[in-house]
Design a protein around this ligand. Structure first.
Ligand SMILES: O=C(O)c1ccc[n+]([C@@H]2O[C@H](COP(=O)([O-])O)[C@@H](O)[C@H]2O)c1
Ligand SMILES: Cc1cc2nc[nH]c2cc1C
Length: 341
């Protein structure tokens, strides 16, 4: 289904030399140098440009909330969707600040809402099933999620977008994400769960027990698509598909926090070359995130103690991508500036 090629190595030496010849001590722009090289490789160009950034916030409800795994009621998912539509959430603020186009996607929330050009209907159902009792969704729903996501990316590509970010909103989704992480990596349940929206120690233990029960129900590890069917969220399945589709279209993919990184892990397990297109934007405060990033050998750009989701960490990293491209294109070399090397 996916045709994703590794990023080009053709110009790597040329770009490295260009970066090293800029008027700065060798390596002094640190992670920004790695980022500039990655973007240049993605675009197979020594003079990359970022055009028409687009973010999507995928929202979905989770049957696992019946187990009391979140600090907030599940109604908050739909209420926050209206907040996104009205422009009042953190992600709205950061997208406005950085001129990023933002769309909200109903991936499968339980309430009925009015769709518009900014609130898109990709609903796969009125929330997932409680994954302790049965699979969260069917494998057909996973495939629908992937094809909806592919269409969203194709639409953005047609309008000239080459950098995208994905956020999510779903009360209960840190438990779903932790379950997916455990299912595809084999990492033990208590290392995958965290406080999410702010549960106490007993809540964290409950989440670990929920994930352990799920592992017992499905008899251990699963491939990424089966894992999504077993314990996924509609928004996580759609983010996974969108990351794969964006990699297929050679876009820069801004990866947000814990839940988005689980989607990135699934995408990477489905098509390892997709990893080349991922910019890991921030280290979330969610406990399993460091361990998850290590699975992908990822070093995040920012560490701000954030744990909000919505794509907020990714939006904050967008100007760093702009800076990386700008220094590569605009900084003088030692030769140009007459500075001794
Ligand atoms: O992105 C993160 O790292 C992150 C970490 C903790 C919580 N969240 C957000 O909080 C919600 C899920 O938390 P919970 O406790 O309901 O599982 C969901 O809407 C996520 O966007 C997000
Ligand atoms: C208010 C609120 C906003 C959020 N945004 C993403 N997850 C969230 C969870 C809550 C509870």
């Amino acid at each position: 289904m996916w045709s994703i090629s590794h990023i080009s190595d053709d110009r790597t030496q040329l770009i490295r030399t260009t970066i090293d010849n800029k008027t700065k001590p060798l390596g002094a722009l640190g992670a920004l140098e790695t980022l500039a090289l990655q973007i240049a490789q993605i675009q197979d160009s020594a003079t990359p440009a970022l055009t028409k950034p687009v973010f999507w916030v995928f929202a979905g409800d989770h049957g696992i909330t019946d187990e009391g795994v979140s600090a907030y009621p599940k109604e908050v998912t739909s209420q926050m969707v209206m907040n996104f539509v009205n422009g009042g959430a953190a992600i709205n603020v950061f997208c406005r600040q950085h001129d990023i186009q933002l769309y909200v996607v109903d991936a499968g929330i339980s309430s009925t809402i009015e769709y518009s050009d900014k609130l898109l209907n990709c609903s796969l159902g009125k929330g997932t099933k409680n994954f302790l009792l049965q699979n969260a969704m069917t494998s057909e729903q996973v495939q629908f999620a992937f094809s909806h996501a592919k269409e969203l990316i194709a639409g953005a590509e047609r309008t000239g977008t080459n950098i995208v970010g994905f956020g999510e909103m779903g009360i209960g989704n840190t438990t779903s994400a932790a379950a997916l992480m455990a299912l595809v990596t084999g990492i033990q349940a208590d290392l995958c769960v965290g406080r999410g929206t702010g549960v106490d120690d007993a809540g964290v233990s409950l989440k670990a027990a929920v994930v352990s029960k799920l592992l017992a129900r499905v008899n251990g590890r699963l491939d990424p698509v089966s894992a999504l069917a077993a314990a996924g969220g509609f928004e996580i399945a759609m983010m996974t598909g969108a990351m794969l589709a964006a990699a297929e279209s050679k876009m820069v993919v801004l990866v947000d926090g814990f839940i988005a990184s689980v989607a990135a892990l699934l995408a990477y397990k489905i098509a390892p070359a997709a990893r080349d297109y991922f910019v890991f934007c921030h280290a979330s405060d969610e406990r399993g995130h460091q361990r998850l990033l290590a699975e992908m050998n990822a070093r995040p750009l920012l560490d701000l103690g954030m744990r909000l989701g919505e794509g907020t960490g990714a939006a904050l990293a967008y100007p760093l991508c702009q800076s990386a491209v700008a220094f590569l294109n605009e900084m003088a070399s030692f030769g140009d500036a007459g500075v001794s090397q």
